[in-house]
Design a protein around this ligand. Structure first.
Ligand code: IPD
Ligand code: CA
Ligand code: CA
Length: 269
């Protein structure tokens, strides 16, 4: 199955690459900040047609509406183009994200970094890879030396869960924070040890499903902001190398006094 997910992710990636920089039809989903292009739809249709042909009894949950109920135990969770705003503006940072869940457990996932031709992939219990190369989370345990990533939800203007306050608190305490616009890729960059951690609110199952198994198989920790286990439907996600989760939890929950940081972890003023 993993090889098939890789194959179809790359096929969708070719469609996306082909359309990059061209004058694609763009529609607004809810408002001018929430976009969908004809390429998102074309890529999704290609993936869904493949799943229906090869796994006819599986269920599908896909961002652009190609949902289907099947009788098997498998659910395909698909984001055909993660980073549509970047894509529309010509910023070459976006991905295809496909995860498969069986009996409530993610069993395989691929995030395809389209412009760099890197397939991040994992199967349950078999480690995580970037193309053929095994990847692992970073070993840094010092918050002050951490490079993190985050994203802002489309409804940021309503300031969900004090996004900016959390962003400011964390930015003041770490080496730096990036905000690049493809959550699926951000999570894989934690898995690869580029970032030490990533957090965001209000993501959808298709943004996180594949990244969750990839970062877990790379040795990462995936929780909500209080440190509890999450699933693809959680509205908070904190992915780290496992060594800075406690410190970040404290900053993401501002009521928690900073003095409660675990020993050995520092806050840089
Ligand atoms: C978005 C990206 C972005 C995140 C948004 C997502 P889309 O997905 O992952 O990084 O900040 O919350 O909705 O709409 O480009 O597939
Ligand atoms: Ca997405
Ligand atoms: Ca998308």
């Amino acid at each position: 199955m993993l090889n098939n997910i890789i194959k179809i992710s790359k096929e969708a990636g070719s469609i996306i690459r082909e359309g990059f920089g061209k004058n694609n039809v763009v529609e607004f989903k809810t408002d001018e900040g929430n976009l969908v292009t004809e390429i998102d739809k074309k890529a999704e249709k290609t993936i869904i047609d493949f799943v229906i042909k090869n796994y006819p009894t599986d269920s599908i949950l896909a961002e652009e509406g190609g949902n289907k109920y099947g009788t098997s135990e498998n659910l395909w969770v698909i984001d055909p183009l993660d980073g549509t705003t970047n894509y529309t503006h010509g910023l070459p940072i976006f991905s295809v994200s496909i995860g498969v869940i069986r009996k409530k457990e993610i069993i395989a996932g691929v995030v395809y970094d389209v412009m760099n031709d890197i397939a991040y992939l994992a199967e349950k219990g078999s480690g995580a890879f970037a193309n053929e190369k095994r990847i692992e989370v970073s070993s840094n345990s010092k918050l002050g030396r951490s490079l993190l990533a985050t994203g802002f939800a489309y409804n940021i203007k309503e300031n969900p869960e004090h996004t900016f306050e959390k962003f400011a608190a964390i930015t003041k305490s770490v080496r730096s924070v990036r905000r690049l616009g493809s959550a699926a890729l951000d999570i894989c960059h934690v898995a690869k040890g580029i970032y030490d951690g990533f957090w965001e609110v209000n993501l959808n199952p298709w943004d996180v499903c594949a990244g969750m198994i990839i970062s877990k198989e790379a040795g990462g920790s995936i929780t909500d902001f209080t440190g509890n286990e999450t699933d693809i439907y959680s509205k908070q996600i904190l992915v780290t190398n496992g060594k800075i989760t406690e410190s970040l939890k404290n900053l993401l929950n501002p009521d928690f006094p900073l003095e409660n940081l675990p020993s050995g972890q520092t806050i840089c003023k």
